[in-house]
Each structure stands twice: as structure tokens, then as C-alpha cells.
Design a protein around this ligand. Structure first.
Ligand code: AGP
Length: 591
């Protein structure tokens, strides 16, 4: 996810663009850049924050320009990979938010036609495609270029000697701000607040031509009317897109995150992991915190689909006591790519001759420099300290890795891939059930302790649900293997100890029902997560959170989102700060 902004009007564009970028940094902040048109294009960009760019960039004159703040997806943060990107002539500048899934093929085709590329980014193919099709009409050239692009985009195009800005969107947001003898184009409302409260929300597939006193929107080649909205948000509200907290926004971004992450993997020409010289006889997955819970889910997924033994271990423990033969495929999972415990374990694995694969959300992070291979997730910046969308994206990487090398028959594999691609809609169904989950949270928020229990693949989700609840609501929540509760923790069961039981329609179903009865018999209230259509659970549990029916192997995805919402609304009931809990940091860069 990145932030883009364009300005055209009667004022100097540079300060307006930089001010707007600063308010878009929640969308990405590893590098940024500005381009202004004044006869020729003047471009200034670097791998710095917006504040630094404002200090070091020269005074650029011009009343029309574009700017970008980046969350790297292809090509690490650097000046050459920063946006805006140019065509060969240096007359066309483009800023882009999104992921172009077929960029390698497009880039090879353009190179064969004589185009020269300088960056590692997917975005750079866009200005070259526009140059290829430009015959005097910029809008038509942009239309032709975008017909070749597969993936998501919100773009703004600036051409040195063209009077207006051209912009377009598909699967990435883009708005127009209407001013007096000036107009704005931006990823989101925060960028233009303070200049105007008059906004047009562009629709899917819209292409727009903007000058200082006109806005023309077309869709499928036909001009369409547009509707103006009045915005009453504060800047901070707008950065959260109207959500009360970043974590709630990030929870709701998960359908898009699944689409972006899977879209990248499914359309990639190569498998996401090259196992060429590693015999897939065993696997070790290391991580910390929520990422460790993803590793645990990965253990179940890979064991089921590849029929090989998998160890999931805490990186902080492995660094001191762990061993792994060099023949074992080793994967580390780290959202930030900077977790000290994980980096230390990676170095130990490398010293032992292991080939380490990193699954991370941050391009160019330390983990990517140690790993032999990196699998990027496309969660975008995760501002809230509590990991939510990055966890779901990590699961997508593990599902795709396992399905890519599964030993299943083709029909079963294809059926699972079809279900995998339906997960955005399944997650959306959980999100649509938010009010009912917040009712359960009202009930749970009165307690100071809680158990989360699950079996099989959902034991990991019991751990994750407990971690989410404890880190944002400060309730002492413990995740436990449901079958283990009777080996001691039963002593803690009482009317003051609620139990959240994750009940999946798999081979653990009957045992989970038994566990719920045992817990109820000892006085604890039970909140059960169960699939729609389960007619038994309502007789046993005090309250039920229903989740959509999915193949058991995908049940962690819908269960996790339900538990994220449960934790959020419980923390909200308890008046906690939520996005930035006490004592925690988003990236734990110390041991
Ligand atoms: C999760 O909500 C926590 N913020 C924390 O457990 C986190 O998952 C852990 O510190 C690992 O971070 P990483 O994925 O960036 O390595």
C-alpha cells in the first residue's frame, strides 16, 4: 500500500504535494518522491521519510505535479526504486499504488522493443507502456497501457507538455478533491484535508482527466457523471479511513490483503519458493509471537499437504538450544523482518549450512538480507502494534507454498485452490457479523482471566486468540490445547474463568464437544466459535460466534478474524488504548 497525490491549479505545487504526502505516510513510508512539470519534468526522490525530503529537496517551481510515499513491494527502498517513475523520454512521470502481477512479462516485452529500465519495481512498466501508446492523446495512451496491466493500481500520470493530469484506479482507492481554480488527486482524504472538503470517490475502472478548472471522468471509454461528497473528518480520522482505531481498519483490510497476496502468488511465473536443490523431506519453521502462531498453522498445513514432518519452534528458544540438519528446509516468518530473536536464529541456521527462506511484509528488511530466498506478503503497512492482517497474509504464503508442492491428486488440489480464492468473501462474512461479536465482547470484557482452547490446526488459533486478547485488553488470557485442560488447568475453572472454545468441523469436533461439556460441568461460561449450520453447539455453549463454512484446513482464517474482532471490542469495552498497548513495540529489535 502506498500513498499518491497530484495537484494542478494556480499555486506552487511542491509544498501542497509534500504536505499531502506527510498525511499519507500511514500508507507507506520507506521512500518518497515528487515530480513537477514546468516545460520539462523536474523529479526529486529518495529513500527517506517525507519530512527529510522536504528538507533536502531543492525548490521546484511549477503549479502542477505528482508525489508518492512508498511501501515497497518490488525492489527494496532506494532512490532508484522510489516513485515517480519515468519513461525513456523522461517526459512521462507516474506514481502508483498497487501491485502489477504481470510486470515481469510486460517488462521483458518492453525491453525487447528497446525500452530501458532502471528500477526493480513493477510500477516502472507503466510509464513505458504509456510512452509506447502515446500518439498525442495522453488519456488514450493511459487507457491502452492499462489494458495490458493485470493487478491493482491507482495511478496519476504527469506529462511535461500535457495540460492536465490523468489518473485511473482498479482495486486501489483514488479520490479527487475539488478546489477553486485548483484540483487534487489522492489515495485518500487525509492528503487534501485543509485544502478542500469537496471530494469525488472514483469508482472501479474510472479514468479521469483533471485540470485546474475541470474534472472529466470516463469508464469503459464513455464519459460518466460524478457525484461530489462533503468530508467532515479530522486528519486523524481520515488516516484511519473513518475507523476508530488502526487495528479495526487493518482487520477490515483483510479481504483485500488476501486478494493482493494470493494474486501475486497465483500469477507469478515461478513458484514462490525454489526448492530445486532441497529435498523436501522435513521442514523447520521459526518465528516469534503472532508469527510463531502462523508457523504452528504452517506445521499442520505442510504436514497434511506434503506428508513430511514439520517442526514449528520459537526463534527465541531455537537460538540457544535448537539444531537443524542442513537438509531440512528452514523458513522464518517475521512481519517486520527486524525481530532480533528471529534474526539471531536465522544467523545460527546459516552457520549450520541451512538454506533459510524468509516470509516477511517489509521489502529490504534485515531478514531479507540474511535469507537465501524471500517470500513477500502483501499486507501493506501494519500500524497497530497487534498483528492482524499480516498474520492472515502469512497464512496465505504458507497455504500457497504447501499447495505448490502438495502430494495431493490434482482434483483435490484444484478444489482447495478454488476454496482458497474464495477466502476474501468468507472473511467478509465474518466482518459482516461484527455486531454479534461485539455483543460477546461486552460479556467477556467483565472478566480478568480467560482460556482459549482448540485442537489440531486450531490449537494455534487458540494461542493467537489469547495473545490478541491479552495484548490489547490486558485480560490474562491463555491459549491451551483443549485436550490438555484436564491435566491441571481444570483447577482454574470457575464462573470467573470464561472459556472460548474453537469448534471446527474436522476430526476434532466430537472431542471439542466433550471438552465443552467438561468445562461447563466445572462452572466456567463458554463462548464457542462454530460453523454456520452447527445445530448442536447452541445447546452446549453459553454463546456462539458463528463463522462461515470452509474446508477444515482453512478454518484458521475465519476463526482468527472472529477472534481479532472479539479481542478488539473487548479492549474497546475496557477503554484500552488498543493500537499502541502499554509496554509493547511493533517491532521487537532487542532480545
Ligand atoms: C503480535 O500481535 C505482536 N505484536 C508480536 O507478538 C509480534 O507478532 C512478534 O513480535 C513478532 O513480530 P514479527 O512478525 O515482526 O517478527
Amino acid at each position: 500500500m502506498c500513498g499518491i497525490i497530484g495537484y494542478i491549479g494556480d499555486k506552487q505545487a511542491q509544498p501542497i504535494l509534500l504536505g499531502g504526502l506527510a498525511r499519507l505516510e500511514y500508507r507507506g513510508y520507506d521512500s518518497c518522491g515528487v515530480a513537477l512539470a514546468g516545460g520539462t519534468l523536474e523529479v526529486y526522490k529518495d529513500a527517506v521519510r517525507v519530512e527529510k525530503l522536504a528538507k533536502v529537496s531543492p525548490q521546484l517551481d511549477g503549479t502542477v505535479g505528482i508525489a508518492h510515499t512508498r511501501w515497497a513491494t518490488h525492489g527494496e527502498p532506494s532512490r532508484v526504486n522510489a516513485h515517480p517513475h519515468l519513461d525513456c523520454t523522461g517526459k512521462i512521470a507516474v506514481v502508483h499504488n498497487g501491485v502489477i502481477n504481470n510486470y515481469q512479462r510486460l517488462k521483458q516485452q518492453l525491453i525487447s522493443e528497446g525500452h530501458k529500465f532502471v528500477s526493480e519495481t513493477d510500477t516502472e512498466v507503466i510509464p513505458h507502456l504509456i510512452e509506447k501508446y502515446y500518439e498525442g492523446d495522453l488519456e488514450k495512451a493511459v487507457e491502452a497501457a492499462l489494458r495490458e496491466v493485470e493487478g491493482s493500481y491507482a495511478i496519476i500520470v504527469l506529462m511535461a507538455d500535457e495540460p492536465g493530469l490523468v489518473a485511473a484506479r482498479k482495486d486501489s482507492p483514488l479520490i479527487i478533491g475539488i478546489g477553486d481554480r485548483e484540483n487534487f488527486i489522492a489515495s485518500d482524504v487525509p492528503a487534501i484535508l485543509g485544502h478542500t472538503d469537496r471530494v469525488i470517490y472514483l469508482e472501479e475502472g474510472d479514468i479521469v482527466v483533471v485540470t485546474g478548472d475541470s474534472v472529466r471522468v470516463s469508464r469503459d471509454g464513455v464519459e460518466v457523471d460524478w457525484k461530489e461528497h462533503k468530508v467532515s473528518w479530522s486528519v486523524e480520522d481520515a488516516q484511519k479511513a473513518g475507523y476508530e482505531h488502526f487495528i479495526l481498519k487493518e482487520i477490515h483490510e483483510q479481504p483485500r490483503v488476501i486478494r493482493d497476496t494470493l494474486g501475486e502468488y497465483i500469477s507469478a511465473a515461478e513458484p514462490i519458493v525454489d526448492v530445486a536443490d532441497t529435498s523436501l523431506e522435513s521442514m523447520l519453521i521459526l518465528a516469534c509471537g503472532t508469527s510463531y502462531h502462523a508457523a504452528l498453522v504452517g506445521k499442520y498445513i505442510v504436514e497434511e499437504l506434503l506428508r513430511i514432518p514439520v517442526r514449528a519452534e520459537l526463534a527465541s528458544e531455537f537460538s540457544y538450544h535448537g539444531q537443524s540438519p542442513a537438509t531440512t528446509m528452514t523458513i522464518v516468518i517475521t512481519q517486520s523482518g527486524e525481530t532480533a530473536d528471529t534474526l539471531k536464529a536465522m544467523k545460527k541456521l546459516k552457520e549450520a549450512g541451512c538454506r533459510v527462506i524468509a516470509v516477511t511484509n517489509v521489502v529490504g528488511s534485515s531478514a531479507t538480507r540474511i535469507a537465501e530466498q524471500t517470500v513477500y506478503i502483501r499486507a501493506g503497512p501494519e500500524i497497530s502494534v497487534a498483528a492482524t492482517k499480516s498474520f492472515i497474509a502469512q497464512l496465505m504464503a504458507l497455504y500457497w507454498l504447501a499447495l505448490s508442492y502438495s502430494v495431493l491428486d490434482m482434483r483435490t488440489r484444484d478444489s482447495l485452490i478454488m476454496e482458497l480464492r474464495q477466502l476474501p468473501e468468507k472473511v467478509q462474512q465474518v466482518l459482516n457479523n461484527e455486531d454479534m461479536i461485539s455483543e460477546c465482547a461486552r460479556y467477556l470484557s467483565k472478566y480478568e482471566n480467560a482460556f482459549f482452547i482448540g485442537r489440531g490446526i486450531n490449537f494455534a488459533i487458540a494461542l493467537e486468540g489469547a495473545l490478541k486478547l491479552k495484548e490489547i485488553s490486558y485480560i490474562h488470557a491463555e491459549g491451551y490445547a483443549a485436550g490438555e485442560l484436564k491435566h491441571g488447568p481444570f483447577a482454574l475453572l470457575s464462573p470467573d474463568m470464561p472459556v472460548i472454545a474453537i469448534v471446527a468441523q474436522d476430526n476434532t469436533y466430537e472431542a471439542m464437544l466433550t471438552n465443552i461439556k467438561e468445562v461447563k460441568a466445572r462452572g466456567s461460561p463458554v463462548i464457542a466459535l462454530a460453523e454456520e449450520g452447527d445445530e448442536v453447539i447452541g445447546e452446549l455453549a453459553d454463546s456462539v460466534i458463528t463463522v462461515p463454512q470452509v474446508a477444515p484446513i482453512f478454518s484458521p482464517v475465519v476463526n482468527t478474524v472472529a477472534l481479532q474482532l472479539l479481542a478488539y471490542y473487548t479492549a474497546k469495552q475496557r477503554g484500552c488504548p488498543i493500537d499502541f498497548p502499554r509496554n509493547l513495540a511493533k517491532s521487537v529489535t532487542v532480545e
